[in-house]
Design a protein around this ligand. Structure first.
Ligand code: ATP
Length: 305
């Protein structure tokens, strides 16, 4: 059964005359890891700030964990968030930071703190001042603070920024464990699309404040099928000729690109068929689909509108 954790309806946001978000409709269901993708300034942080009420909602409706209006605050106590950089007291130790956060949130028990330290891999740094942690350890402390209240829903804005490759992998594993072991639903933004692809179960693309597309990982994989990518100024003729030559799984990506969706297709043979049919081929490549390619193609389409 799908249970919505977050329902955003027709949300728009303006800063003065600047329209930062326009008519956003988005539902995140329990168990999702929702990857939010967009260029710098697209509106990702603004959306997260609206959800967490760090910024006032001007237009539209947001329902969080089934609550809206005057009960929204109650729902907020059941979520964890890292928006922009994680905030903590630099002069206090890691354990003291967690303790203060626990007190602020009406949580008690050193067991919870120990558990959280172990979960984020900071048990050995419990008595280190937070300001002395490495960047990756700081990110983990940020995550520790966010998950301390055992939230149902976690909002993470660029949580892996600045991490080294090993740190990124560790962070990914932490998020997957949270999702699988504690059924935590996660909304995460990142510019590292290879990483976002690994961790997310659904994706949403924001462009100039519009949510231009949402899709599941399965749908993305299907749309992103590997195959042979043909670049040609004669896409329509190329498609007709290949169809006649029994290449039926064809995807016209845009007016310059055509994909033959068959992993076993031979680029040299396809090239020969096209050239002998009088089609000019600018380039022909074996393609392995990726989130990055999908996103680039989506932006190309948006740019062409
Ligand atoms: N408080 C504010 N006042 C005025 N403009 C703002 C404010 N906050 C955000 N904006 C503008 O709204 C737009 C969206 O910003 P936002 O921070 O949401 O983008 P983003 O998608 O998170 O980008 P990035 O990937 O760079 O973090 C930007 O053009 C930004 O300059």
């Amino acid at each position: 059964m799908t249970i919505p954790v977050l329902e955003i309806k027709q949300v728009s946001k303006k800063f003065g005359h600047y329209q930062a978000l326009t008519d956003i409709d988005l539902t995140i269901n329990r168990g999702d890891i929702f990857g939010l993708i967009g260029e710098n300034g697209a509106g990702k942080t603004t959306l997260m700030r609206l959800i967490t009420q760090l910024s006032p909602l001007q237009q539209g409706q947001i329902t969080l964990l089934g609550e809206t209006g005057s009960h929204y605050q109650q729902a907020l106590s059941r979520i964890g968030a890292i928006i922009e950089s994680p905030a903590f007291f630099k002069k206090l130790t890691v354990a003291e930071n967690l303790k203060i956060f626990a007190i602020q949130h009406g949580l008690s028990g050193s067991q919870l703190i120990d558990q959280t330290l172990a979960f984020v891999g900071l048990a050995e740094k419990a008595n280190t001042r937070a300001g002395r942690l490495s960047l990756g350890q700081k990110q983990r402390l940020g995550l520790g603070l966010a998950i301390l209240p055992q939230p149902d829903f976690l909002i993470l804005d660029e949580p892996i920024n600045g991490l080294d490759p090993a740190g990124i992998i560790e962070f990914r594993q932490l998020l997957k464990r949270l999702n699988q072991e504690r059924q935590t639903t996660i909304l995460i933004s990142s510019h590292i699309l290879t990483e976002l692809y690994q961790v997310s179960t659904r994706f949403g693309f924001i462009h100039h404040g519009h949510l231009i597309q949402q899709l599941t990982k399965a749908a993305l994989d299907e749309a992103n099928q590997s195959g042979v990518l043909i670049t040609t100024p004669m896409v329509a003729s190329a498609a007709r000729i290949l169809d006649q030559a029994a290449y039926t799984a064809l995807q016209v990506i845009d007016d310059q690109h055509l994909l033959v969706q068959a992993t076993a297709a031979d680029p040299a043979k396809i090239n020969q068929i096209l050239v002998s049919g009088g089609v000019a081929v600018t380039a022909i490549n074996q393609r392995t689909g990726s989130l990055e390619q999908y996103y680039t193609a989506l932006l190309r389409k948006e740019g062409g509108k």
